[in-house]
Structures are given as C-alpha cells and as structure tokens.
Design a protein around this ligand. Structure first.
Ligand code: DP6
Length: 361
C-alpha cells in the first residue's frame, strides 16, 4: 500500500524556490495512544482541526552543488537558528526519503513560527510536521504536475504521519479521522482523511479554549508515552474501546447528541491519563489546577445546564469545548473563574478550522 507513495521518477528539476504553508494544530476527541512501527496507530483516532493555533513554515530550497553525505538543512524558529529541532527533522527525513527522492538534492531552510507561544505546552509537532510535509508536496507538485488534489493531500498526510502521528490529522478537513475503521469508508492507518459522514451543524463551529495550566517542557515525550502502551496490562482493552468510541462518535455527530459527546470526550481524556497512571513506569501528567478546572467545569455544567466539557492532551493543559451559542457566557466564566488556575492567567480561544492553507508570500 505504501508503494503508491513512491514516485516513479522525481529528479529535482527546479534550481531553487520557496513555498509557504500555514497548518493548524488539532485536538483529538478519540485519542491516539499507542503505535507500531513505522508510525502506525494501534487504534483509530478523530480530531477537531483548530483555527487560531497554527504554524507558518516557509521552505526555501536550492540545488546542492555536489550531493555528498546526508541532508543539508537548517531550521529557523521565530527568526533564530534552532539546532535543537534538527535531530527530530533528521529522523523525519530518514523516514520519508523513500517517498521524497529529491530530499538530498536540495539545501533547505525551514523558517517557521507558531501562532501560540513556544513554551505554552501546546504541542507544535502536529502543525510543525504537517507544514514541512505540505511544503515538500508543493515541490513534488512542481515536478509532477499531474498529481491530483486528492493524491496531493493524501500523500501530505502520509508524510506528516511519519514526522508525528497526530500531524497527519493537521492537513485537510475540519474533523479528521486517522486509522483504519470498518465503519469509516476510506479510513487508513497510513494517513488521515476528512470525516465526511453526517455532522450536525452544532459541531461545525465548536469552540475550544485552551487553558495553559503548565507551560513547562513536557514531562513525558510522546514517543516515550506511546511506548508505555507496549506490554501495558490494559492496552488491548483500550484499543478495542477506542474503536467502539469511533462508532459512538459517528452517531453523536449525526444525531447532534451533545450530552453523549460530553460523556465520550471527557471519558477519552481521562482514559488517556489513566493509561499513563497505570503503565510502568507510571506518570501523573495532570497538575492540581487541572483537577480544579475539571471540578469547576462539572459544577458549572450542573448549575447552568451548559454543554461545556473538557479534554486533555498528554499534559496538564485543559481544552474546554463548547458550542458557539454559549461563547459569550462560557468565555465570561473562563475569564472570571478559571483564568486564576492558569500560568500567568493565560488561555487561548480557538475554534474548529478548515485545515492547512498555502500562503503566497
Ligand atoms: C495524546 O502525535 O505527538 O496528543 O506520533 O510520537 O509524534 P508521535 O506522537 P503524537 O501523539 C499525540 C498523542 C495525543 C493524542 C492525540 O493527539 O491523538
């Protein structure tokens, strides 16, 4: 199956050029936690694409005089050369070289910036890796002009996955599924696809406010985290549960069932953390303020009948999800009652977005 992503002949034809993509972050509703080589998920996941949290990457490329040794690239983050990112990108390049044969033929400058603060604890790997993947696909498109739009995005997602699993969900669509699922046509372990089965309008413009509880370095890298699922006592059960939760969320989306949405999304978040708490070694990634916020959300919901709910990544930050009609009330609640639990009272209002965009700059 991967064979189809190996181009027949792709000698680099253009001397030099420049391409820019703006790619979003995403928040998983049914989580990806556990993978096999090479970057294949143990279960299907589904996410909302975000709008305001994004990465903008300009890839400048020029033919190398003599192609010796390994890849030739540098990374610039917010205008400053960043050596720390190079190993991750080097690994990414190694994984994708079979599919992107011109990689060694060019000198690359990867100039990147995030719309969210670097130290916010918001994962930049999803938007960062999808941006590089899309830039490389734009170069491929110049060489292979017959590439269809569908093939372009599918391969971009395929490449992004090899950089970071969740990055394959940051390419195209407002709701994205990654991982083969018997009830989702076209779904694949190799790339994410836009979820196009029925979605009630309430979910089309869902809001997500990210509370920055702890801005520090991640305590557990995602690679270490995913590895914890190997030999985990509850792994098999968890993977089955995720497949079942995809069936449930399909019905929820189709039937506009917000109460079931809340139950499923919160349970997924807590299950992700439960997996970390019950692995060896074990971790608690929530902070006291994460729990404070969760309790406040539950009380608020009970008191007001609001449809506000939370989800979590593999860290202490809280994503608050709510329908657009509640925007004013919930944002007031966040400002007056929850901001105090955030580092420097900081949070980011976001909402469902439509996917990556190429910028002409
Ligand atoms: C908890 O995509 O960051 O956010 O494939 O190792 O790069 P790698 O992992 P990554 O894992 C994300 C895990 C998660 C859940 C999710 O986004 O589905």
């Amino acid at each position: 199956m991967e064979q189809k992503f190996i181009p027949k002949s792709l000698a680099a034809s253009k001397e030099s050029g420049k391409v820019t993509w703006q790619t979003p972050s995403n928040i998983a509703l049914v989580k990806y936690w556990g993978k096999k080589n090479p970057q294949l998920p143990e279960n299907t996941s589904i996410s909302f694409t975000l709008s305001n949290c994004h990465t903008t990457t300009t890839l400048t490329y020029g033919k190398r005089k003599d192609v010796k040794g390994t890849y030739d690239f540098k990374v610039i983050l917010d205008g400053k050369e960043e050596e720390d990112f190079k190993p991750k990108i080097e690994t990414f390049f190694k994984r994708i070289e079979r599919y992107v044969p011109f990689l060694r033929e060019y000198t690359f400058v990867i100039d990147t910036k995030n719309s969210f603060p670097h130290s916010s604890g918001i994962a930049s790997s999803a938007s960062g890796m999808s941006a590089i993947a899309l830039c490389l696909m734009s170069i491929e498109k110049e060489i292979n002009i017959n590439l269809t739009e569908e093939a372009f995005y599918q391969k971009a997602s395929f490449l992004a996955r090899l950089g970071s699993g969740s990055a394959c969900r940051s390419v195209k669509g407002d709701i994205v599924v990654w991982g083969a699922h018997e009830n989702i046509e076209g779904s694949s372990d190799l790339y994410g696809i836009p979820y196009v089965d029925g979605v009630a309008s309430i979910f089309k413009n869902y809001q997500d406010t990210i509370l920055l509880i702890d801005k520090g370095e991640k305590q557990v890298s995602s690679t270490v985290g995913h590895n914890l699922m190997h030999g985990h006592p509850f792994a098999e059960q968890r993977f089955l549960q995720a497949q079942e939760n995809i069936n449930k969320i399909k019905d929820i989306f189709a039937n506009s069932d917000v109460d079931q949405f809340i139950e499923l999304v919160e349970s997924e978040a807590l299950t992700l953390h439960a997996m970390m708490m019950t692995s060896h070694p074990y971790f608690i990634l929530m902070k006291p303020n994460t729990l404070e916020v969760i309790n406040k959300v539950w009380t608020y919901r009970k008191k007001t009948g609001s449809k506000l709910c939370f989800t979590l990544d593999a860290g202490a930050n809280v994503h608050l999800l709510y329908p657009e009609i509640e925007k004013e009330a919930v944002q007031e609640f966040i400002k007056s009652k929850l901001a105090i639990y955030c580092k420097d009272k900081s949070f980011i209002h976001d909402c469902v977005g439509s996917g990556a965009k190429q910028l002409k700059i």
